[in-house]
Design a protein. Structure first.
Length: 224
């Protein structure tokens, strides 16, 4: 049981976000589920609380972490699971769309990562996990607006890991190489949210002497 631990999931919602909240709550952790709507979005549990937060706005991120620390305790695990799916040819992508993709996929990661690191430095350490994608390592045809912030988020995670590891903060980046199922799927062609969430939790459990910085997860049928 980890009833003394607090987890923060930034990007709680249908699919992976809720699976992460559920997995951490099942382990006995107190969980802050952050989303723009603020709804917890999963079966009511005494240890889960929803917080409204637009992760692209610095003031809202800072306020959310202050509230979580005050109401639940200092977080020992923070997951950044925010992103938007932007597809289009290079001539079709507007300046506004590209900038919004960057703000959502990378700048928000910086804001959350900074807030998480500040809190963990004060409390003695913890785990910060960033959700990546195939676009984190490969810019595909029609995915310039999606891959660009994913590449940048990966670089942010690497820099943070090298800076914060010696300060007892484990920073990990997870490449989700495949489509994520919205509901149970036994075909083996889609990533199952509960299975992904289990991998995230095991990253948090790793001993300091054998930390993983990056893993890639994909269904057995996915070519790579």
């Amino acid at each position: 049981m980890n009833s003394h631990q607090v987890a923060v999931v930034v990007g709680a919602g249908a699919g992976l976000g809720n699976a992460l909240v559920t997995r951490f709550a099942d382990e006995g952790m107190r969980v802050a589920a952050l989303s723009r709507s603020g709804g917890a979005g999963q079966p009511h549990r005494d240890q889960v609380r929803g917080y409204a937060c637009d992760a692209t706005i610095s003031g809202q991120v800072k306020e959310a972490f202050v509230r979580v620390r005050s109401e639940l305790g200092p977080p020992s695990l923070v997951v950044f699971n925010v992103g938007i799916w932007d597809q289009g040819g290079i001539l079709d992508i507007s300046e506004d769309l590209f900038e919004q993709a960057w703000r959502t996929g990378c700048f928000a990661g910086f804001l959350v990562g900074r807030a998480a690191a500040a809190s963990m430095l004060d409390s003695g350490g913890g785990t910060i996990i960033f959700s990546g994608a195939t676009g984190s390592i490969r810019g595909g045809d029609g995915f310039a607006a999606f891959a660009s912030p994913k590449f940048a988020l990966r670089a942010l995670a690497q820099a943070m890991a090298r800076e914060l590891g010696r300060k007892n903060i484990h920073v990990a980046h997870v490449i989700l190489d495949g489509m994520i199922a919205r509901e149970d799927d036994s075909s083996g062609t889609l990533l199952q949210p509960a299975a992904i969430a289990e991998s995230y939790y095991q990253l948090h459990r790793q001993a300091r002497s054998a930390w993983t910085h990056e893993i890639d997860l994909r269904p057995s049928s996915e070519r790579f």
